[in-house]
Design a protein around this ligand. Structure first.
Ligand code: ASP
Length: 332
């Protein structure tokens, strides 16, 4: 017994030493800007360059935080805010329209060191939903706020609020009009054939060995009033635990919720000893695929191993660490 106690004490000491030792953790950030029917030729070279430039900017902003010794949470927020502020992605400005022609935003964040999490659903006036999710995590005793309550909390937290018109972009409005027309013509299946999910997300590993994950979205075009997707659901759209991995999802939210995709990947790693790549592949290419859903995930482990896995034609994505800096859109 005595031996056990002293052994435990040594282990406890060891873990604090380990925390410091992990100051050498291989800092890494992985981001996504949505998955979908992204075939080469879908965009003009100019459009493609614009997507790549914004992804690079987000990746660099997040990585700069990590390089300076900043926290994984700071890094993912820096990357996601840039993508939320860009009209190119379906998050913040540029969010898709609901059936009622409005924008309702969802987001979540999770800290892999503490398992603290924050999420918000259905907000209409918060410029950066990811900041609100983080404020919920850090400054409230709750994990999730929805709609009016979330807006009130945003005000209380003095986060930037905007007119609803701020989120409008011509191309999303056109997609909305086209989707309505297709529906009227009864040409639409459960999801349009050329569907592109434009959610944004990031996972990061900081120099202290801590993981974090975050996801932000406008949801899916023509979603009904009050529909909440997977992005703000901890365990579906977002999950992070230093013991296994950090995940951010994009895709057909209803499937990601039913399969608790993010948590399942980390559980396979934690309980089953699966590698990051195998766990991501199993969940996306087998479980999600066989249920009929589509989308992708970015996954990052505490040793810097990562995966960017999708069963759609492409996924806006990028990774940056000491050895590589890479952006991609289409399948490889
Ligand atoms: N997963 C999001 C949702 O279902 C959509 C997306 O990834 O773009 O709300």
């Amino acid at each position: 017994m005595k031996f056990l106690i002293s052994f435990a004490a040594v282990l406890a000491m060891g873990s604090s030493v380990l925390a410091e030792d992990r100051a050498g953790a291989p800092v890494t950030i992985v981001i996504h800007g949505g998955a979908g029917a992204l075939e080469p030729g879908r965009y003009t070279p100019e459009e493609e360059a614009a997507f790549k430039a914004k992804l690079t900017e987000a990746l660099d902003a997040g990585y700069a935080v990590l390089e300076e010794g900043g926290a994984a949470l700071e890094a993912i927020e820096a990357a996601i805010v840039l993508m939320e502020d860009s009209p190119l992605f379906n998050a913040g400005k540029g969010a898709v329209f609901t059936r009622d022609g409005a924008n309702e935003l969802d987001a979540s964040v999770m800290d892999g060191a503490t398992l603290n999490a924050g999420a918000i659903a259905g907000v209409k006036t918060v410029k950066n939903p990811i900041r609100l999710a983080r404020a919920v995590m850090e400054n409230s005793e709750h994990v999730m706020f929805a709609r009016e309550g979330a807006e009130a909390f945003a005000k209380e937290q003095q986060l930037e609020l905007v007119d609803r018109g701020y989120f409008y972009t011509e191309h999303r409005w056109q997609s909305y009009r086209n989707a309505l027309e297709r529906e009227e013509l009864k040409e639409q299946g459960a999801a349009p054939a050329d569907f592109k999910y434009g959610t944004v997300g990031a996972v990061a590993l900081d120099a202290h060995g801590n993981l974090a994950a975050g996801t932000s979205t406008g949801g899916m075009t023509l979603k009904r009033y009050g529909r909440v997707g997977d992005a703000p659901i901890i365990g579906a759209g977002t999950f992070a635990d230093n013991k296994s991995c950090a995940v951010s999802s994009t895709g057909w939210g209803e499937y990601f919720m039913r399969l608790t995709i993010a948590r399942d990947i980390c559980a396979q790693v934690e309980y089953g000893g699966a590698s990051i790549a195998d766990a991501a592949s199993d969940v996306i290419h087998k479980r999600l695929q066989s249920l009929g859903g589509d989308g992708g995930v970015i996954v990052l482990g505490p040793d810097g191993a990562y995966a960017m896995t999708f069963n759609t034609a492409g996924m806006f994505r990028g990774v940056k660490n000491a050895d590589e800096s890479r952006i991609a859109i289409y399948g490889e």
